[in-house]
Design a protein around this ligand. Structure first.
Ligand SMILES: C[S@@+](CC[C@H](N)C(=O)[O-])C[C@H]1O[C@@H](n2cnc3c(N)ncnc32)[C@H](O)[C@@H]1O
Ligand SMILES: Nc1nc2[nH]cc(C(=O)O)c2c(=O)[nH]1
Ligand code: SF4
Ligand SMILES: [Mg+2]
Length: 242
């Protein structure tokens, strides 16, 4: 891979952003390959597990932008950068090139790696991982990500909740960053196998956790977070590429 190239797993859309602050908004996704984490319940292992690295292709920022332009019909929209951990990749020039053409950029990362080009994003979603993921949070790194984004980028927090320990983690996160909007997302217990494009989904389970989470938040009189399910999962289940 030469310098400046980005490891891409898939580019798809337009679809709608299914999660967090931009939920429901039309967007094209660029999913990069490779992650420094391995969450127990990751729903995107095809972009994490190096067994699938043959599906990750080095692309220049120009080639990625061309693909975005084809998918969007040349009409600028929000581009969602996800992964894997997209913060591993050199995305600064793609963002710069795309913004010149009128595209906007949102990025989703766990907050383990800070990059100076976070400041060029329109929206940065930091999604630190709760205990059920099996990952530890490096709070210093998360602070560096918030710092790197600066004041021009809209920074929001989003965390996945499966159980009481995750809920307590979300409360701690809120206490650390009272000034940042926080989105709570019930977990999906049935992530697809990375080898398949689809898998059966436990919709009643997701809805049970959503109701449980709303009851918890309301019962605690915790009025600052926004509680949202993964909209794309409600619509398409575990299907990839939507
Ligand atoms: C696949 S990750 C990719 C970006 C980045 N690595 C991250 O974790 O933020 C995108 C989002 O999906 C969430 N996610 C992954 N697996 C999930 C699951 N089984 N249920 C609910 N959300 C999940 C993550 O927490 C993250 O907010
Ligand atoms: N529609 C849709 N919304 C999403 N929001 C976050 C996603 C992700 O996998 O990062 C995702 C995704 O894969 N599809
Ligand atoms: S950090 Fe994100 S992409 Fe990486 S394993 Fe966890 S959920 Fe999956
Ligand atoms: Mg996903």
């Amino acid at each position: 891979m030469s310098i400046g190239q980005i490891r891409v797993n898939e580019i798809f859309g337009p679809t709608i952003q299914g999660e967090g602050a931009l939920i429901g908004q039309p967007t094209v996704f660029v999913r990069t390959g490779g992650c420094d984490y391995r969450c127990s319940w990751c729903d995107t292992l095809h972009a994490v597990d190096s067994a699938y690295r043959d599906d990750w292709h080095p692309m220049t920022p120009q080639a990625i932008l061309m693909q975005i332009e084809i998918l969007s019909g040349g009409k600028p929209l929000m581009v969602s950068l996800s992964g894997g951990n997209p913060a591993i990749q050199p995305l600064g020039s793609l963002i710069e090139l795309g913004k010149r053409e009128g595209y906007r950029f949102a990025l989703e990362t766990q907050g383990s790696i800070a990059k100076d080009w976070f400041a060029a994003l329109d929206v940065l979603t930091l999604s630190p991982k709760p205990p059920s993921s099996g990952m530890d949070t490096d709070w210093q790194k998360l602070a560096e990500c918030v710092e790197a984004a600066g004041s021009e980028t809209q920074t929001v927090l989003k965390t996945v909740i499966f159980d009481d320990a995750d809920y307590d983690y979300a409360k701690d996160l809120a206490a650390r960053y009272p000034e940042l909007p926080l989105y709570l997302q019930p977990g999906n217990h049935t992530p697809p196998s990375p080898a398949t494009a689809d898998a059966p989904i436990d919709m009643p389970g997701i809805m049970d956790r959503m109701r449980w989470l709303v009851d918890k938040v309301a019962g605690d009189r915790w009025y600052t977070p926004t509680v949202l399910p993964q909209l794309h999962t409600l619509i398409w289940g575990n299907l990839r590429g939507v």
